[in-house]
Design a protein around this ligand. Structure first.
Ligand code: BEZ
Ligand code: FE
Length: 303
C-alpha cells in the first residue's frame, strides 16, 4: 500500500487484524486442509533446521543481548498488529511456492499473499469489476482462455481477480476503496474464455507503520511491490492456479519485496484505440487433479 501517513497508520493494524482473521479461518483451504497430526520426525527436521539457521546467525554475527531483546519486542509487535500473515507472505511464501511449483504443470503461478477475500461478486464474462463511478486509473481489459494441459477448453472455469486501485489500496484492507472494489469472480464462457474490464493497478509499499515495514526499512530494503493483478483460476477437476500478472516497464520489477514477480508473468498492455484504454491477452492452462484434491477443487470458485 502507498505510504500516505494518515491512511497507513490505521491500515497496518486494520489490515493486519483482517489478514490474521482470514488466515485463521483457513485461506489455506485453497491449497488443502491444514496439517494435523504432524509426523514428529518431520517436525524435528524442519523446525530443527529453522532454529539452527537462527542460532547460526547469532553465532556468526555475535548477536548481543540488546539485539536479542529487540528481536523479542519485534516478534511481540508482529503478533500485536496481526502482521504474521503479512510478514510470512512477504518473506517466506515465495520459497514455499517454488517448492510446490517444482512438481506442478500448467501455467506459471506465484504467491497468494494476504489480501485475497472470499465471497466476492460473481460475474459472467465479459465482466466489469465493481468500481466507483469516478474510479481513477487507466481503463484496462484482461482477456484470455482457460484450457486443460491437453488443450481442452474448460467450460465452467472461473477467474477470481483482485488488485489495488490506481493509488495502491486494496478494498477490504484500506479505508478509501469501498468493500468489493476491484474484486470479482468471473465465470468464463462455454469455451473457457474470459474478458475482464478493470483499471490498471499501481505499485505499492507494504504498510510502513507496522513491524514488517519497519524492519524492512531498518534493513535498508525496498518495501515496494510492482503493480500486479492477483488471480485464482479454477475449474472442476483441475488444480486451482494461484498467480499474479505484472506490467512491463514497472520500476519495481526484479525488486519485489515479496520476491513474487517472474518474467513469465509480465503483461505488455496495448492501446485499444478507445480513449486511453489498454488490453492484454493471457491464457491459462490448468493441470488435472485427482483424489482428495479433485474433491476439494470442485468446491472452489463455484456457486
Ligand atoms: C500481495 O501480493 O499483495 C502481497 C504479497 C505478499 C505480501 C504482501 C502483499
Ligand atoms: Fe497484491
Amino acid at each position: 500500500m502507498t505510504s500516505t501517513q494518515d491512511q497507513s497508520v490505521s491500515d497496518a493494524v486494520t489490515a493486519g487484524a483482517h489478514a490474521t482473521e482470514i488466515a485463521r479461518s483457513g485461506a489455506s483451504n485453497l491449497r488443502g486442509p491444514a496439517a494435523g497430526g504432524a509426523d514428529p520426525q518431520r517436525v524435528a527436521t524442519v523446525v530443527g533446521a529453522a532454529l539452527e539457521g537462527i542460532r547460526s546467525a547469532i553465532r556468526d554475527h555475535q548477536v548481543t543481548y540488546e539485539e536479542f531483546d529487540a528481536f523479542k519486542q519485534w516478534l511481540i509487535a508482529v503478533s500485536d498488529t496481526g502482521e504474521w500473515p503479512l510478514f510470512l507472505d512477504v518473506y517466506l511464501e515465495f520459497e514455499v511456492e517454488k517448492v510446490a511449483a517444482a512438481t506442478q504443470q500448467g501455467s506459471v503461478g506465484t504467491i497468494l499473499g494476504p489480501f485475497w477475500l472470499d465471497g466476492q461478486v460473481r460475474l459472467d464474462s465479459p465482466a466489469t469489476l465493481p468500481m466507483r463511478d469516478d474510479e481513477p486509473g487507466t481503463p484496462m481489459i484482461l482477456a484470455g482462455q482457460v484450457t486443460a494441459t491437453d488443450g481442452t477448453p474448460l467450460a465452467g472455469a472461473t477467474v477470481d481477480i483482485w488488485h489495488t486501485d490506481a493509488d495502491g489500496w486494496y478494498s477490504g484492507f484500506a479505508a478509501a476503496p469501498p468493500a468489493g472494489n476491484l474484486r470479482g469472480v468471473v465465470r468464463c464462457d462455454d469455451e473457457g474464455r474470459f474478458e475482464i474490464h478493470t483499471r490498471k493497478p499501481a505499485p505499492y509499499t507494504i504498510p510502513l507503520d507496522g513491524p514488517t515495514g519497519q524492519m524492512t526499512q531498518a534493513a535498508g530494503w525496498s518495501p515496494w511491490r510492482p503493480a500486479h493483478l492477483h488471480l485464482l483460476v479454477a475449474a472442476p477437476g483441475h488444480r486451482t492456479l494461484t498467480s499474479q500478472l505484472f506490467f512491463t516497464g514497472d520500476p519495481y520489477l526484479g525488486h519485489d519485496v515479496a520476491s513474487a514477480d517472474k518474467p513469465e508473468l509480465t503483461l505488455d498492455p496495448q492501446p485499444t484505440g478507445n480513449g486511453d484504454e489498454v488490453r492484454s491477452d493471457r491464457d491459462f492452462v490448468l493441470e488435472p487433479e485427482s483424489g482428495d484434491a479433485a474433491e476439494r477443487s470442485s468446491t472452489i470458485g463455484r456457486d
